[in-house]
Design a protein around this ligand. Structure first.
Ligand SMILES: Nc1ncnc2c1ncn2[C@@H]1O[C@H](COP(=O)(O)OP(=O)(O)OP(=O)(O)O)[C@@H](O)[C@H]1O
Ligand SMILES: [Mg+2]
Length: 448
C-alpha cells in the first residue's frame, strides 16, 4: 500500500501541483491551512507525513506542528519555508519537526526527504514493536510442563513452524490456549511480523466487524475517519482470533472468504484488499457441537482446523503441577517482593488432589494469594485459600462435577475404596484393564 501524505498550503496552485507530482508514489490529501489539516488528520488515520507551509492564515505551520505533538499523533511533520521564516523553521525542528525545505522547492530534494522521513518513521515503530516482542518472547518460552500432553503440543508447534498452516486451539478456560498461540507465532515463518489478537466475544457484532476488517470514512454514523482493521494490521504476521466460537454468522462468512481468497473489504467500502495473514484461533467451546446445532458454519470449521491442538485441563496432567508451582512461585515471590524459599509436601499434595476447574489461571491465583498471605518463608497448607481445604474434605473433585473426567475419577476412586485398595478387583468391577486403571490413577496423581 502507498504511504499517505497531507499537503498543507494556502496557495491552491502549489498544493495541487505538489499533490499531482507526488500522487505516483503516495496517496495524497490536501488542506488550505492548519485548521483544515487538523480535520484531515482526524478523518484519515492513514496519513503518515504532513508537508506544510509555514505562513498561512487561520493556523500556521508552527501551530499545526504544536497541535500534532499535543495530540500525540504518530505523523512526521516537514515544513516548507520561505526565506523570511528560515529561522523559525530551524526552531520548529527543535520542537519536533522532522525537517524543513526551502522555497522554491527542489523536487529531487523533496522526494529524498519524504523517503527518508517514512523510512525513519518505520524504523522507529519497528523498534517499539521489537522491544514489545522481546518482552512477549520471554513469556512464549514459558510453556511449563513435561507431561506427554505438553510434549505433544510442542511437537506439533515444531512440525508446523515452517508452514503458515491455520491452527485451531481448543481447551477449557485457563488451560493456556493463548500462551500456546504465542509460542506458535514466535516459532513460525512470520515470527518477525506482527502478532495481533482479537477477542471475538468481547465486542458487539457491528463493532467486531469494523474492528476486524476496518471501515471507510462515513460507513456508519460516527465513522468520522477511515480505520484499518486488525486483518490489515496483521499483514505479514499472525492474527489470533480468541473465543472464535462466539463469532456471529455474518462475520463467519467474511472470515471464510478471507481464508479461501485472502481478500476482504472494509465495512462500507468497495475496494477489495488483499493481505498475507496467518490465522490462529482458539475456543473453550465445543465447535463440533456448535456445527451440529448450526450455530457455526461447517465449511469455516474445516478451514480453521487444518491443524488442531487440544490443550488438556490441568487435572489431566497433574504431573506438571510441581513444575508449574515452582515456576509461578518464583515469579510471584519476585513480583511481591517476598522471601519465600519453598512449599511444604502437604501443600503440594493438596494442590495435586484439587480439581482446578479454572485450570492454570486458577492455580496461579491460588499461588499468588498464598505468596501474598504467607507470613514466614515457607508455604504450608494454612497459607492456601480456605476453599481448597474445605472443598477437599467434602468433595475432592469439586462441587460442580459435570465433567466426564471428574465423574470417571470419582467412580474409579469409589470402586478402589470399596475394594479396600485392591486394584485387580477394582479393575474387574469397573470392566477395565489393570493397566488402564494404573494409567488413570497416575493421571489423577494418586500414589500407587
Ligand atoms: N504451561 C504453562 N506454563 C506456565 N504458565 C502457563 C501455562 N499455561 C498457561 N499458563 C498461564 O496461565 C494463564 C492462563 O493462560 P491463557 O490465558 O493462555 O489461557 P486460555 O486457555 O487462553 O484461557 P481462557 O480460555 O480463559 O482465555 C496465563 O497467565 C498463562 O501465562
Ligand atoms: Mg484465552
Amino acid at each position: 500500500m502507498k504511504p499517505s501524505i497531507l499537503i498543507v498550503d494556502d496557495e491552491k496552485s502549489i498544493r495541487d501541483n505538489l499533490a499531482k507530482y507526488l500522487s505516483g508514489d503516495y496517496t495524497t490529501y490536501t488542506a488550505a491551512n492548519g485548521r483544515e489539516a487538523v480535520r484531515e488528520l482526524t478523518e484519515n488515520s492513514d496519513i503518515e507525513v504532513v508537508l506544510s507551509d509555514m505562513k498561512m492564515p487561520v493556523m500556521d505551520g508552527l501551530e499545526l506542528l504544536q497541535k500534532v505533538r499535543e495530540d500525540n499523533r504518530d505523523v512526521v511533520v516537514i515544513l516548507i519555508t520561505g526565506f523570511s521564516t528560515i529561522e523559525s523553521a530551524v526552531d520548529a525542528m527543535r520542537r519536533g519537526a522532522y525537517d524543513y525545505l526551502t522555497k522554491p522547492i527542489d523536487l529531487n530534494k523533496l522526494e529524498i526527504t519524504l523517503k527518508n522521513a517514512i523510512e525513519n518513521k518505520k524504523l522507529k515503530s519497528e523498534n517499539i514493536l521489537l522491544r514489545q516482542r522481546i518482552r512477549e518472547k520471554i513469556d512464549a518460552t514459558s510453556l511449563v510442563g513435561k507431561s506427554e500432553r505438553i510434549k505433544e503440543i510442542l511437537d506439533i508447534v515444531d512440525r508446523v513452524s515452517s508452514t503458515k498452516a491455520t491452527v485451531l486451539i481448543q481447551g477449557e478456560s485457563g488451560t493456556g490456549k493463548e500462551l500456546v498461540a504465542n509460542v506458535m507465532h514466535y516459532n513460525s515463518l512470520v515470527a518477525d511480523g506482527p502478532f495481533i489478537k482479537v477477542n471475538c466475544s468481547a465486542l458487539a457484532e457491528g463493532v467486531l466487524e469494523s474492528e476486524l476488517f476496518g471501515h471507510e470514512k462515513g460507513a456508519f454514523t460516527g465513522a468520522l475517519y477511515m480505520k484499518k482493521g486488525r486483518f490489515e494490521l496483521a499483514d505479514g504476521g499472525t492474527l489470533f482470533l480468541d473465543e472464535i466460537g462466539d463469532l456471529p454468522p455474518s462475520i463467519q462468512i467474511k472470515l471464510l472468504r478471507f481464508l479461501q481468497e485472502s481478500e476482504f473489504e472494509r465495512v462500507g467500502g468497495t475496494k477489495t484488499l488483499k493481505v498475507d495473514v496467518r490465522i490462529i484461533s482458539a475456543t473453550n467451546k465445543n465447535l463440533e457441537q456448535l456445527v451440529k446445532e448450526e450455530k457455526f458454519r461447517d465449511d469455516l470449521f474445516y478451514r480453521l482446523k487444518v491443524v488442531t491442538i487440544e490443550v488438556p485441563p490441568l487435572r489431566e496432567r497433574v504431573e506438571d503441577i510441581p513444575l508449574l508451582l515452582d515456576f509461578h512461585l518464583r515469579r510471584f515471590t519476585e513480583i511481591h517482593n517476598k522471601q519465600i524459599k519453598g512449599i511444604s509436601k502437604e501443600a503440594v499434595k493438596l494442590i495435586k488432589s484439587y480439581c482446578w476447574h479454572g485450570n492454570i489461571r486458577e492455580l496461579m491465583n491460588c499461588i499468588e494469594s498464598a505468596v501474598v498471605m504467607s507470613v514466614g518463608d515457607f508455604i504450608d497448607v494454612d497459607s492456601l485459600p480456605p476453599f481448597m481445604i474445605i472443598g477437599q474434605k467434602d468433595q475432592p473433585y469439586g462441587k460442580s462435577s459435570r465433567n466426564l473426567f471428574d465423574i470417571e475419577k470419582k467412580a474409579i476412586l469409589e470402586a478402589l475404596d470399596k475394594s479396600k485398595g485392591n486394584k485387580a478387583e477394582t479393575a474387574r468391577t469397573l470392566g477395565i484393564g489393570l493397566r488402564t486403571l494404573y494409567r488413570k490413577l497416575n493421571q489423577y496423581g494418586v500414589d500407587i
